[in-house]
Design a protein around this ligand. Structure first.
Ligand SMILES: [Zn+2]
Length: 208
């Protein structure tokens, strides 16, 4: 049997029915409750790792005890994750948690932008956010107004999580007429095909 850190044993065994690891982890499951603290300030209640930004709740099916842990512990100790009543595979468990973390990151990013739109009284930013909520995409001008704020206000974000709409001729024209340095602010949000299109429209890629 693989050895488990003493602190992991000390934290989980008193809350479980069984008394051996790793078997005891099968009593537990991820509850789908997760929390984004915005900053890496939390500790895993299982392995006691510090500096976690996201907490995930696991619950023992027999004792109903819960722990707030890091995603790494759920994966490492194979705490079951269920989708539509079925436990998912290791690969899908990782995807499931990554998807949740990306969603939480996007939610907190949009909330930060919304607060900014309020404090700036910026109708352009407000419109960009409304457009994004409706279409899940940004026009080039919206992308610029959002991305320069993300950068200048150091708002945590994943650039590739934003999609830019370049389908229509009008939107392509909008991109063509933009200053290249403005296009560079949202360059990482463009797909490789869109980056090629931007080059064809006269914008050189940013120096990496
Ligand atoms: Zn942990």
């Amino acid at each position: 049997m693989a050895s488990f850190p003493q602190r992991v044993q000390d934290n989980i065994l008193p809350l479980s029915v069984g008394d051996t690891l790793p078997e005891v982890f099968t009593e537990w499951m991820f509850t789908e409750r997760a929390y984004d603290y915005g900053k890496p300030t939390k500790t895993c209640e299982l392995c006691e790792q510090e500096s976690l930004r996201y907490h995930f709740e696991i619950r023992n099916r027999f004792t109903q005890k819960t722990l707030w842990v890091g995603s790494q512990c759920i994966l490492k100790y194979q705490v079951p994750i269920f989708e539509q009543g079925n436990a998912v595979s290791d690969v899908d468990a990782k995807k499931h948690l990554n998807h949740l973390m990306k969603k939480m990151q996007m939610d907190s990013c949009l909330a930060a932008l919304q607060r900014l739109a309020g404090s700036e009284g910026s109708s352009i930013l407000q419109l960009a956010l409304e457009y994004y909520r409706q279409h899940n995409m940004l026009s080039p001008k919206h992308a610029y107004s959002i991305f320069w704020r993300l950068r200048s206000h150091r708002i945590d974000h994943n650039p590739t999580a934003f999609k830019v709409n370049l389908k229509s001729v009008q939107l392509q024209e909008e991109l063509r007429e933009m200053v290249t340095s403005h296009v560079h602010t949202f360059w990482p949000a463009l797909t490789s095909k869109q980056q090629e299109l931007a080059s064809l429209l006269g914008h050189t890629p940013p120096a990496s």
